[in-house]
Design a protein around this ligand. Structure first.
Ligand code: C2E
Ligand code: MG
Ligand code: MG
Length: 299
């Protein structure tokens, strides 16, 4: 019937737009399923949030020179009652498109601050927690205030909190980003650029930004050390970051050869399955009890 035909054509059109516009896209049943799944997620998120189904997992970041865990990245997971553990790739983009990311992202910051304070009170070694920020959050005028409130009410040490922002997010409104990042940094938190090298980068923006850390995207790490282009890019990024007094963190290190190559190039820290995936609080605490901060590679 006409209404189904139009609804299906609409889905195909959205698919074409999502793939970058200016193309032909055909409807198929799995598109319909995707739309249904998307609707389920969109609808379920608010309820799941009220039912405390969202959890932060923590992935260690290790210093090459000492092998010590200097920090962790907080990565959100949704413990869905029927779907099981749902990763952020399945719901963050939807949360961004509906602005649900604003309450969710605020909770992530508050939770990370509380956790940092709890770990410090438990006399664990000092290590930082990095939190990912979405573009909607950076564009939100209340961001600086709620980060400040989260730090104050939790009693967390601001120097142990880090905010990760992608280049694409920054470039959406560079002037606003500079002002907001400066205000955040004035609170004592550190700022890192996530997925560096994959966005619309313009090198001139880097010197304007109050940034402490560059995170080299996994796509450059994946084929190290054999891919000469990736090696050249990684080497150049490390030299540039150090020249600008920034630290460099490599993402997605899975293999010993990638680890060796990045260490030899003078990269400061890494995270990845070579050392550890993201873990729940109790698991991370158990790992620290077992090994201290020098966590060995996974066998
Ligand atoms: P990201 O910030 O670049 O996080 C790194 C992602 O790479 C994580 O995926 C992590 O689990 C994965 N990863 C780490 N080591 C390895 C490795 O060795 N190999 C491979 N293949 N993957 C590795 P995850 O947890 O699925 O997160 C995906 C993205 O979702 C994150 O990318 C981040 O952009 C976003 N995200 C996660 N948590 C939050 C959050 O609380 N708020 C916002 N706004 N975004 C979040
Ligand atoms: Mg990140
Ligand atoms: Mg990243």
């Amino acid at each position: 019937d006409v209404s189904t035909l139009l609804a299906n054509a609409d889905m195909a059109m959205y698919r074409a737009k999502a793939l970058g516009r200016n193309r032909i896209s055909e409807y198929s049943a799995d598109l319909g399923e995707t739309a249904v799944a998307r609707f389920e997620i969109e609808k379920g998120m608010r309820l799941g949030f009220e039912n405390n189904e969202f959890h932060l997992y923590y992935q260690p970041k290790i210093e090459f020179s000492s092998g010590k865990m200097l920090g962790v990245e907080a990565l959100i997971r949704w413990h869905h009652p029927t779907l099981g553990v749902v990763g952020p790739d399945r719901f963050i983009a939807i949360a961004e498109s509906t602005n649900f990311i604003l309450p969710l992202g605020k909770w992530v910051i508050e939770q990370a601050c509380r956790q940092s304070k709890a770990w410090q009170d438990a006399r664990l070694p000092r290590f930082s927690i990095a939190v990912n920020l979405s573009a909607n959050q950076l564009a939100d005028a209340s961001l600086v205030q709620y980060v400040s409130d989260a730090l104050r009410t939790s009693g967390a040490d601001p120097s142990l909190i880090e905010l990760e922002i992608t280049e694409t997010t920054i470039m959406k409104n560079l002037d606003e980003a500079v002002i907001r990042l400066q205000a955040l940094r004035a609170l004592g938190v550190r700022i890192s650029i996530d997925d560096f090298g994959t966005g619309y980068s313009s090198l001139s923006y880097l010197k304007q930004l109050p940034v402490d850390i560059l995170k080299v995207d996994r796509s450059f790490v994946k084929d190290l050390p054999h891919n000469r282009d990736d090696l050249a890019i990684t080497r150049a990024v490390i030299a540039m970051a150090h020249g600008l007094s920034m630290k460099v963190v490599a993402e997605g290190v899975e293999e010993k050869c990638q680890f060796d190559s990045l260490r030899d190039e003078g990269c400061d820290e890494f995270q990845g399955f070579f050392c550890s995936p993201a873990m729940q609080t109790a698991e991370l605490e158990a790992l620290l009890r077992r090994h201290g901060v020098v966590i060995p590679p996974q066998s």
